[in-house]
Design a protein around this ligand. Structure first.
Ligand SMILES: [Zn+2]
Length: 97
C-alpha cells in the first residue's frame, strides 16, 4: 500500500485529536489547523480564505457544501478518505469487512 504521506503530501494528522489535521501552507507559512468535526463535518480551517469567505456563511447556519471547503479542508478530507479506504481494505483482506 502506498504510504499516506506520499498519497497526500503536506497533510499530517494531529497526534492527539481525532479528525484534526495540520495542512501545509502553499506560501510556506505555518501549517493550518483543520478540524473536520466542525460545522456538521464540513470542517474548519485557520486560513484567511476559510475565515473570511466560507465560515461567514456556515456560521449563519448553512449546510455543509463543497463551496464552504477551502483547499486545506479538501486536502485533509482527501487524506481521511485514503486512510479509511486503506483500513477497510486491510480488514477485508483479513475477512473482517
Ligand atoms: Zn484553509
Amino acid at each position: 500500500m502506498i504510504p499516506l504521506r506520499r498519497l497526500v503530501p503536506g497533510v499530517e494528522p494531529d497526534a492527539d485529536e481525532t479528525l484534526v489535521f495540520w495542512v501545509a501552507s502553499d506560501s510556506g507559512q505555518q501549517p493550518y489547523r483543520v478540524d473536520l468535526t466542525c460545522y456538521h463535518g464540513n470542517g474548519k480551517c485557520d486560513c484567511m480564505d476559510f475565515q473570511m469567505r466560507r465560515e461567514v456563511e456556515l456560521s449563519k447556519g448553512q449546510m455543509p457544501a463543497l463551496r464552504y471547503e477551502c483547499k486545506h479542508i479538501r486536502r485533509a478530507a482527501r487524506y481521511l478518505r485514503f486512510e479509511v479506504t486503506q483500513r477497510i481494505m486491510v480488514l477485508r483482506r483479513k475477512g473482517k469487512a
